[in-house]
Write a protein that binds this ligand. Structure first.
Ligand SMILES: Cc1cc2nc3c(=O)[nH]c(=O)nc-3n(C[C@H](O)[C@H](O)[C@H](O)COP(=O)(O)O)c2cc1C
Length: 222
């Protein structure tokens, strides 16, 4: 078995073995506490502690680690299981700097060892336009895997802004049927933003839409 296959399998096995335990712990309210070491993180902890990281150390990202992140991305659900994603790996500093010119909110990309340009192959989308959702799921899987492996990453937005899409099309030399969706900038983190609990009970409606009072509670009789 290759090293890369072995890492992918270890992650899948580890995740499936510990998920039931993690769910019990979370159900009991154990959401806080120190973040486990990279590679020892259960899926729910990864979801609850992931934050965008925009500052990176000089430590290079190995091909094996990058491949594990990409494998997680490509494990995402997709409409009709079409898997319409295509990834362009960008390591060139001039290209990373250019990314920060195309998207002014990605200026930090030039400090990163690499970025993954997540694109949709529109020729693979035969279910009526779901490709951006499929590629968004792929992108989020990559962010979570990167975090679980001790990397820091951030989704920088491209689709649906025409000028950014055109900029990245030119930067990466994409053919017309490949549409850039997001640039995931990643590296080993030089900042460690803490988890945020964003749970909002008032965003949940039971059975059907419930009007809310000023206190956010459902109004009686409605
Ligand atoms: C569609 C999308 C586009 C985003 N674009 C950018 C971006 O261009 N630059 C950036 O620094 N962060 C970007 N972000 C990251 C958000 O700012 C970040 O997810 C949000 O502030 C919540 O913080 P967190 O990721 O640390 O939980 C984007 C996120 C999404 C989902």
């Amino acid at each position: 078995m290759s090293k890369e296959t072995s890492l992918g399998r270890r992650l899948v096995l580890r995740a499936s073995a510990i998920l039931p335990l993690a769910l019990c712990a979370r159900a009991a309210g154990a959401v806080t506490g120190p973040v486990p070491l990279a590679g020892e993180m259960d899926p729910l902890t990864a979801i609850l502690t992931r934050r965008s990281v925009r500052s990176y150390t000089n430590r290079p990202v190995s091909e094996e680690t990058l491949r594990a992140v990409l494998r997680a991305g490509m494990s995402a659900p997709s409409a009709g299981n079409e898997q319409p994603w295509v990834c362009v790996i960008i390591r060139d500093k001039a290209a990373l700097a250019k990314a920060g010119e195309i998207n002014p909110y990605a200026k930090f990309a030039v400090q990163a060892p690499l970025a993954v340009l997540v694109c949709g192959d529109t020729t693979l989308d035969r279910t009526g336009g779901f490709w951006p959702l499929d590629c968004a799921a792929c992108t989020q899987n990559m962010l979570l895997a990167a975090h679980a492996l001790g990397l820091g990453a951030v989704w920088t937005g491209i689709w649906p802004l025409p000028e950014r899409m055109e900029g990245f099309r030119t930067l990466a030399g994409l053919p017309s049927f490949i549409v850039p969706l997001a640039l995931v900038v990643m590296g080993y983190p030089a900042e460690h933003p803490g988890p945020e609990d964003r749970f909002k009970a008032e965003r949940i409606h039971q059975g059907r839409w419930q009007e809310r009072g000023a206190d956010g509670e459902p109004e009686p009789g409605r």
